[in-house]
Design a protein around this ligand. Structure first.
Ligand code: AMP
Ligand code: GLY
Length: 428
């Protein structure tokens, strides 16, 4: 199998690492990739938003499967582009078609879908230029804090949680009338605030059969104790101790099954990963959001727990044969600690030389914002730089190993959170 993997983060490095272990893999190309994916195959410098460029490459290199890491190419219709092209239509694309990718591409679409299929989620109402006058009274009917979400993709920044009613009213106007998040906030979903603890659950599906992957928790805020601004993710842990089997049964029955059935009934073609961003309120799961891809930094802790051959699974998804496959996981805990550039998620410098790669022991390093410079040295190339991932019999073991190794990798300005898992320890 020749595989093209689209993306450049830690998620993609973890997928590349896993696929590289498959005897079925012949060539792996990652576009654009990072210093980590480069060691497992070839990094390709093509513009993955330009589907004609992707087509040319796919045909030249006889690609069999395209694995799409991030959401943007899916929301832009890369899967549909392949299906509509005589020369590409038999090549498998792992990632949903455009209409189904709207589960992530439009919050309003996702909420309407959940209402229709009675999937538990926060109560909501959607506003735009036309009905904006009714927004004040809807906000007044809710209890604080107020949750305002830009409808479209806003690079993870489009959700505001606001304590003051007046501020919420003003922000809503700013989002819709002043297009605070550009086209993404032409429509805004206002929803009830749910008070609980978040977790991420993933499935791999061919549209008929689904396989549930291990649960994970990510740490979004930059500061310890979940303080400060949101980031792309400061680390993750899998499994989530509080997502025990009775909770996961509820997740499957109330959320996963109705989602798959809903997709089928709506004629939404889905081959790929579905990411359920959940919140546990009391003992019940609610959906905060859908994403149409694996999570990052969750993948870095979830993918190493999969024992089965990933290439075989992707092949089966592409050929509607997932029902023939079983998927197995190891029963370890995995923890991933993200090393980030000083200043992130604000401004930060790139190009810092990274050291210590030979000193790490019993861990996996998943690269994200890294590249090789002209002298062959690994340098920083982004805010989130490297995931130090380790496994152990307990969550504490996994964290201890990940932290011991996090100290060994160095670059100027390195920062990482030292409190991952502390919120979960009483539970494990
Ligand atoms: P989203 O982009 O929809 O995942 O929202 C970003 C973050 O905002 C989530 O990870 C939650 O921490 C928080 N959030 C979103 N919706 C709600 C809600 N209805 N109640 C409480 N927190 C929420
Ligand atoms: N970890 C959250 C995300 O991937 O969107």
């Amino acid at each position: 199998m020749n595989i093209l993997l689209i993306g450049s983060g830690g998620r993609e490095h973890s997928l590349a690492w896993k696929m590289a272990q498959s005897p079925k893999l012949t060539n792996l190309y990652t576009a654009p990739g990072n210093a980590g994916t480069m060691e497992l195959g070839e990094n390709i410098d093509i513009d993955t938003n330009n589907f004609d460029e992707v087509k040319k490459f796919v045909l030249e290199r006889s690609i069999n499967i395209v694995v799409v890491g991030p959401e943007a190419p899916l929301v832009a219709g890369i899967h549909d582009f392949f299906l509509a092209d005589e020369m590409l239509k038999d090549i498998s694309v792992i990632g949903p078609e455009k209409n189904a990718a709207m589960l992530e591409g439009s919050k309003d679409f996702a909420k309407e879908f959940m209402m229709k299929y009675t999937i538990p989620t926060a109560g909501f109402k959607t506003f735009d230029e036309i009905n904006i006058k009714e927004a004040d009274s809807y906000l007044e009917s809710l209890k604080p804090p107020y949750v305002l979400k830009a409808d479209g993709l806003a690079a993870g920044k489009g959700v505001l949680i606001i304590d003051s009613l007046n501020e919420a009213k003003a922000e809503l106007k700013d989002m819709i009338e002043n297009k605070r998040f550009g086209e993404a906030s032409k429509k805004v979903v206002i929803e009830e605030f749910l008070d609980g603890i978040e977790l991420s659950v993933f499935v791999l599906t061919d549209g008929e059969t689904y396989k549930i992957l291990p649960s994970a928790k990510d740490y979004k805020r930059i500061g310890e104790g979940d303080t400060g601004p949101n980031t792309g993710g400061m680390g993750s842990i899998s499994p989530v101790p509080f997502a025990d089997s009775s909770f996961m049964e509820k997740v499957e029955k109330r959320i996963i099954k109705p989602t798959i059935i809903g997709l089928q009934k709506e004629g939404l073609k889905y081959k790929g990963f579905i990411f359920f961003g959940l919140i546990k309120v009391g003992n019940d799961p609610f959906v905060i959001e859908y994403n149409v891809r694996m999570g990052d930094p969750e993948s870095e802790s979830v993918i190493p727990r999969i024992k089965s051959d990933m290439v075989e699974l992707f092949e089966a998804v592409g050929e509607d044969r997932l029902s023939e496959k079983s998927i197995e996981f190891n029963d370890k805990y995995v923890a991933s600690v993200f090393l980030v550039s000083g200043g992130y998620p604000g401004s930060y410098e790139k190009g810092k030389v990274m050291r210590g790669f030979d000193e790490v022991d019993d861990c996996i390093l998943f690269h994200a914002g890294t590249k090789i410079d002209a002298n062959g040295k690994i340098i920083t190339n982004g805010g989130r730089v490297l995931s130090v991932t380790a496994s152990g019999k307990t969550m504490e073991d996994a964290l201890e190993k990940a932290y011991a190794n996090s100290e060994k990798i160095n670059f100027e300005g390195k920062y990482y959170r030292k409190d991952l898992g502390k919120d979960l320890i009483a539970d494990s």
